[in-house]
Ligand binder design. Structure first.
Ligand SMILES: [Zn+2]
Ligand SMILES: [Zn+2]
Length: 750
């Protein structure tokens, strides 16, 4: 099969006034109608008939019989699938292609006909009718809406739709693992549900086999010992760890062809098969690879030269299938002097892009747009791998509500045949995940849909009386997070400058109103609480003492337990926790420390003025103790603050900072320190925080019950090699946090 380019055509249902009378589909829980489906229709159309029956019953209370083509009474039939009845009643219609997802529903007299491609189109026709005419909604795998109606009648019905994007992969856990929900949102990457629970129908998905598959075809474990020359040549040697393949080596090509062919034979139920680079940038730099890269405009050209040969080799045996490759990181740019074969699908990845802006709106995105346009001009089948949430901390607020649409439109306008929208694919914890995922499905189907109408539909439908406050929060979030100069790729962390205490405070005020609006409805209340979790998460990350006062930690625990959230990040990218249990343990630790903190009395002493005494050392040491014992003192004096900002990027140095902190209010204080490499903090002569040793940026905190007055601080810090960092944040008993103000630090002698 060749994937045809579709042009979106969307005709809204038109209710033409007709001279004939209206037809009553159901009234008072009863219906004269039958659902008609050919007994030999594909399983997906049989499934469409059962879905139609199920949702009609939910709405009307009437259970319609399902019969064969000769069943039912003419004028009282819901005809499912393109069959002889449709051919007779709509003589100028054409049988749609099997994989064609476009569909039509229309009435002929009292009969309503639903038809489209027999893989999915007919089923989508049924869903579209249920949504548009009867008001059904599928907001998440757990939340469906079927408005109860006592009667429903019609005169003239017609709707025809075609998908804006041919392959629609909403890559979030809730969709990927729930075929019935996935189908209702018209995502076609997941197979349709089969007759029995847990089963799916073969052939009903536009499947993509594998990702980063090169490493599975040729692994160092299998081949390095006998053929080191199959792997990347870097810095004078062949790499024996997970890197890339030496693509110019003909044996590498031969093995990849043989193995992908075997995969295609063993797994025939896919459309596209991965021949994609591994997930790292260690491409081969041998002379042959270098020469080919030069000839074809860089690494993407070398990759395409290789993949085209694989595509040629599989074409005869698999004329309807595709070989997929990446335009990702070092292969993102389009090549020169070579174009992809007809049976090659190029997956272009937007991983470096800013999620907050259009592709022509910020510098981070303009080069991607250029790559998109360049690939579009040469690739017969361009596919996009797009990123729509934060992977470093899934739960962070991401204000990309108004950019997901122009991004999808850019993909459509550049002839993308498919989009993978990567969201919280491992968990169910991204911000407003149900709405984000629902919008993505709707927009992949129709990139020109009215986003504001969709948001209104979802917020009112899913959050009820709190819907208006959720919309207020979305506007507020955009206003605050989209301020000038702020950009966000998909690996933002909570310490990013875009997140401020004011944002959290104001946002939580809106949520207080939202919760009040649904306080009498526990189901809606829980949904609003889930929506508030990202703000609570930020509060616990940035101002944990305050978070404990406002109950942010308790809200997070309730949501985590209720939603079954196990994972908080894709990996340990942010140096934080990956698992929700570690997050909750941290919160418990804070609570225990607060409980246990005994009052540290203030110390009477004579101060001379503001400042921080410091001693600077140099030398090669692995702990702060070694620094003091072995280091060479290079400087000594008074600074205005505790910090290393004025240090150039040099290695092997350290500081001891000595100062008196003026505490303004007795109570629990929290010191948060992030350091690279080691630090140890002493307060009033007691070691309270130890992050000693040579390491990358690590964070820790100390919780202390300090009496109003002066307290002695000594902070020891050293830098071993590579990057360096020293950040100190103090949270006071009122929950305010930030760097320690210089005017609260004192020295005894000037
Ligand atoms: Zn090579
Ligand atoms: Zn930007």
């Amino acid at each position: 099969m060749r994937i045809k380019g579709f042009k979106l055509f969307l005709a809204a249902a038109v209710a033409l006034m007709s001279s004939c009378g209206s037809h009553i589909l159901f009234k008072d829980g009863k219906s004269d109608y039958s659902i008609v489906v050919a007994p030999d229709a594909p399983e997906s159309e049989q499934y469409a008939a059962t879905e139609l029956r199920y949702w009609l019953k939910e709405v009307s209370g009437a259970e319609l019989p399902i019969t064969g083509l000769t069943g039912g009474v003419k004028g009282k039939r819901l005809v499912v699938g393109y069959n002889p009845i449709v051919e007779e009643l709509v003589p100028d219609s054409e049988r749609p292609g099997d994989r064609d997802d476009s569909f039509t529903w229309e009435n002929h007299g009292g009969d309503i006909l639903f038809w489209g491609g027999n893989k999915r189109g007919t089923l989508y026709s049924v869903y579209s009718f249920l949504e548009d005419e009867l008001g059904c909604r599928w907001y998440s795998s757990k939340v469906s809406v079927a408005p109860k109606k006592s009667s429903w009648k019609f005169r003239k019905l017609f709707n025809h739709e075609e998908p804006g994007i041919i392959i629609r992969d909403n890559c979030v856990l809730d969709v990927r693992t729930n075929p019935d929900f996935s189908a209702r949102l018209r995502n076609n990457f997941v197979k349709l549900p089969g007759k029995n629970p847990g089963e799916t129908i073969p052939g009903t998905a536009e499947g993509y086999w594998g990702v980063h598959a090169m490493g599975s075809f040729i692994s160092p474990a299998e081949f390095y010992h006998s053929h080191p020359e199959y792997f990347s040549y870097r810095d004078g040697k062949r790499l024996d760890s997970y890197s890339q393949l030496c693509l110019s080596n003909p044996e590498v090509l031969e093995i990849c062809i043989e193995r992908v062919k075997q995969v295609m034979r063993d797994n025939p139920d896919f459309l596209i098969y991965s021949m994609e680079q591994n997930d790292n940038q260690l491409f081969c730099e041998c002379d042959e690879c270098k020469a080919l890269a030069e000839e074809y405009g860089g690494q993407s050209g070398l990759m395409l030269w290789f993949v085209n040969q694989v595509a040629d080799a599989v074409k005869e045996e698999f004329p309807d299938k595709f070989i997929g490759t990446f335009a990702y990181q070092y292969t993102r740019h389009a090549p020169k002097n070579i174009i992809p074969r007809d049976n090659v699908v190029v997956r272009l990845c937007s991983i470096e892009c800013c999620m907050l802006h259009g592709y022509d709106e910020c510098n981070q995105n303009r080069s991607f747009l250029k790559d998109l346009q360049n690939w579009s001009s040469i690739a017969p089948h361009l596919y996009i791998w797009d990123y729509v949430t934060d992977f470093a901390q899934y739960n962070l607020p991401v204000a990309n509500w108004k950019t997901i649409q122009p991004h999808i439109q850019d993909f459509r306008d550049n002839n993308a045949i498919g989009i993978l929208e990567e969201g919280d694919y491992q968990t169910v914890s991204c911000e407003l995940r149900e709405m984000r995922s629902w919008l993505l499905s709707k927009l992949m189907w129709n990139p020109d849909a009215d986003i504001n109408a969709l948001i209104l539909d979802f917020t009112d439908g899913y959050y009820g009386a709190a819907g208006q406050y959720i919309r207020q929060y979305l506007d507020f979030e955009e206003k605050i997070l989209l301020r000038h100069g702020i950009h966000a790729d998909c690996y933002i962390i909570s310490s990013d400058e875009m997140y401020t205490e004011e944002f959290i405070d104001e946002g939580r005020k809106i949520f207080a109103e939202a919760k009040a609006a649904v306080s009498s409805d526990p189901v809606l209340f829980d949904r609003v609480e889930t929506a508030e979790m990202p703000l609570c998460f930020l509060e616990m990350e940035i101002t944990p003492l305050k978070g404990m006062k406002t109950g942010a930690d308790k809200l997070i625990r309730r949501v985590v337990e209720r939603e079954g959230i196990d994972r908080m990040a894709e990996g340990a990218w942010a140096g934080g926790y990956v698992w929700s249990k570690d997050m909750l343990e941290k919160y418990e630790g804070i609570a225990r420390e607060i409980e246990a903190a005994s009052l540290m009395p203030a110390i009477e002493t004579e101060i001379a003025g503001n400042g921080v005494s410091f001693t600077r050392y140099k030398g090669d040491f692995l702990t702060t103790t070694e620094m003091i014992v072995k280091g060479t003192m290079t400087d000594k004096g008074i600074k205005s603050e505790i910090g290393i900002d004025e240090e150039q990027v040099v290695d092997h140095f350290g500081y001891v900072f000595d100062t008196w902190l003026k505490v303004e209010k007795t109570g629990i204080h929290q010191f948060n320190i992030t350091s690279d490499d080691g630090t140890v903090l002493f307060v009033d002569g007691r070691e309270v925080l130890n992050l000693d040793g040579s390491h990358s940026a690590s964070s820790g905190w100390a919780i202390l019950n300090l009496e109003k007055g002066l307290h002695h601080l000594e902070l020891r810090y050293f830098e071993d090699t590579d990057t360096q960092k020293l950040d100190i944040v103090l949270t006071d008993p009122d929950g305010h946090s930030g760097p320690i103000p210089n005017e609260r630090l004192f020295v005894l002698d000037k």
